[in-house]
Ligand binder design. Structure first.
Ligand code: COA
Ligand code: NAP
Length: 264
């Protein structure tokens, strides 16, 4: 049950990177359930096709699956152009594509570090430029980057992802400044631990899960739908004077420090 009106985003079009799975599939669902048509992109054409069919059936809106690697600027540029050509406009960009794993900096290869920065940070820049060029520089729009809270406390085994997300937070503010005069708002959402996602499976060893949950101020993990609702707020007219902001949606989890401290 949504907190927002069904027609909140009626007539709008969104591009969601990473939209075939997890949190960003949930964001695509929330946007569509509130009136938007959506194009979802990631590397796996098969997963995107299944997700697009499911979301379209569920919401009655259009959802185009378009495979691309966000590290490939030309490929993501073509996806943004498809949104404009086939759905008529491009009002909202969600930068959610990311890669992560637990690894100590002491053994992390240079290529591993670079790979995560290229997917998360360069990918966010590429998709933002693609949306800007294809539509937003002439018509305005809103960009919402999916960040994290790892870099607030320097969580161990996450130097690559924390550096990538810190750069995304910086990019959020730089682009908000540069593109504000074009009527483009740029914000970020920093989710905490969100239940039943690939990120949680990869990053939170099961033995730590219950210990962490009990220490979170709101006493539970978040849900994909809760990230969807935060996204709806930032995408909507209610946030028309909000730009350059990072909205933390984590039940207060980042304030307790690193979950790795609980290992001992
Ligand atoms: N620990 C340490 N290094 C790792 C690793 C791990 N668990 N997994 C991959 N790497 C390293 C590889 O060894 C390689 O480095 P090398 O050339 O020095 O050996 C480098 O990372 C690139 O790996 P590759 O598999 O070629 O990258 P890719 O582009 O195919 O895949 C990943 C990207 C590694 C991020 C992959 O996990 C992925 O596709 N993730 C998407 C889903 C995801 O992470 N979801 C959670 C989001 S929070
Ligand atoms: P997920 O389902 O694995 O989502 C990541 C998505 O990115 C996948 O759909 C993946 O699809 C896509 N992707 C990866 N590399 C790509 C590339 N090179 N080009 C295009 N797409 C690519 O994981 P999730 O847990 O839902 O995470 C979603 C977002 O939330 C990420 O930005 C993550 O950092 C952030 N986040 C998650 C949590 C959490 O608790 N889960 C917490 C904080 C932040 P393909 O494999 O098909 O390419």
């Amino acid at each position: 049950m949504s907190s927002f009106r069904d027609d909140l985003l009626a007539g709008q079009v969104a591009l969601v990177t990473g939209g075939g799975s997890g949190i960003c599939k949930g964001i695509a669902r929330a946007l569509m359930a509130h009136g938007a048509d959506v194009i979802i992109t990631s590397r796996s054409a098969e997963r995107l096709a299944d997700a697009a069919a499911e979301l379209a059936t569920e919401t009655g809106r259009r959802c185009i699956p378009a495979a691309a690697d966000v590290r490939d600027a030309a490929a993501i540029g073509a996806v943004a152009q498809r949104a404009v050509d086939e759905l008529g406009r491009l009002d909202v960009l969600i930068n959610g594509a990311a890669g992560n794993f637990l690894a100590p900096a002491a053994t992390l290869s240079s290529n591993a570090f670079r790979t995560v920065l290229e997917i998360d940070t360069v990918g966010t820049f590429n998709a933002s430029r693609a949306a800007f060029d294809a539509w937003m520089k002439r018509n305005g729009g809103t960009i919402i980057n999916v960040s994290a809270t790892l870099h607030y406390t320097g969580v161990p085994l996450q130097a690559h992802a924390g550096a990538a997300k810190a750069a995304i937070d910086a990019l959020t503010r730089h682009l908000a400044f540069e593109w504000g005069p074009s009527g483009i708002r740029v914000n970020a959402i920093a989710p905490g631990p969100i239940g039943d996602t690939e990120g949680m499976k990869r990053l939170l060893p099961p033995a730590m899960s219950e210990k962490l949950r009990k220490r979170i101020p709101l006493q539970r993990f978040g849900t994909v739908d809760e990230i969807g609702e935060a996204t709806l707020f930032l995408a909507s007219e209610a946030a028309r004077y909000v730009t350059g902001a990072v909205l933390v949606v984590d039940g207060g989890a980042w304030m307790i420090g690193s979950p790795m401290d609980m290992l001992g």
